[in-house]
Design a protein around this ligand. Sequence first.
Ligand code: AN7
Length: 362
Amino acid sequence: MSFGNRYTGLIHKYRDHLPVSDDTRIISLGEGNTPLIRLKNVPQWLKKDVDIYVKYEGLNPTGSFKDRGMTMAVTKAVEAGSKAIICASTGNTSAAAAAYAARAGIRAFVLIPEGKIAVGKLAQAMMYGAVTLQIRGNFDAGMELVKQVAEHVPVTIVNSINPFRLQGQKTAAFEIIEELGAAPDFHCLPVGNAGNITAHWMGYSEYFERGVVSQRPRMVGYQAAGSAPFMRGGPVAQPETVATAIRIGNPQSWEKAWELQKASQGWFDELTDAEILQAQRLLAMQEGVFCEPASAASLAGAMRDIRSGKIPEGSKVVCTLTGNGLKDPDTAISQCQSAVLETLDASLGEVEKSIVKHMQGL
Ligand code: AN7
């Protein structure tokens, strides 16, 4: 057994693959190194011989994959002397920006669509001390405002148009390759701005070009049907979906996404809110893994494409679970009305009666 190998975040671990120097002050909260969980019950339930792994990015320090990008973006902003960062966000980017700014001792400004971000994410932005600007408009409007205001005031944009974000996020692909000993056959992700799918393809490609692996996965991206600009062939003016994290009508990495789709021989598709929520609940109830609705789009899509044979039997599939289910308790509870929540008197008789009832058939 070896001691003293404290994990101190992905920049330390992958510094040879990242644009940092020995003098760089690293702003880290120990992000990365997330579990790659092999599903047991879902493949059986599908009656298909496939290996499905979920990369549980919800276990990052602020509960989403955004921490991988934010450790790099904030590290580089501080290195460049920036005193403030800014982003537009559907919630998770704002939570990560707020946390890493707090850690660095700089100011964070976050623009969020009023009433359209999950309550946990709002709590995070406020608790970490970001100046939280709720706009009467959606993410896309916020993104345009951020680009414009950054031309007038000295703030560093930390949305995924900041190239350091993708540098940090590519490390998830490194981790997957190191754990599996090879790239998977298919890698499925939810798509909003398409930054994360782009970053994963970068990571796989770097290990491929260095000869670490001899193959790269086919990349598969899923959007919510009400927010599916890739399927409509152009921006969606009024995106809507229960998966508020990907309620995005004008993806910032549009070209890169289509390039990697071609290069990897992957595809994009869309899922209804009902399909997304069903996959979220299935994953929680069958596997004990709680992700937020947007994240479940990756599994929902993979299940559909496995069923149809588009993803053939014998495949190794990785689904990225981008965010933690605890971020959005309202959506979770609202779809559990049929689940087991009973109200009863604090009496032994009542409690015992309920337990006996629910033990029947076990
Ligand atoms: C849980 O926080 O864009 O395709 O502003 O939070 O890289 O945009 C969030 C995106 C998937 C989509 N899953 O990733 C934001 C934001 C979750 C997310 C995505 C997001 P990209």
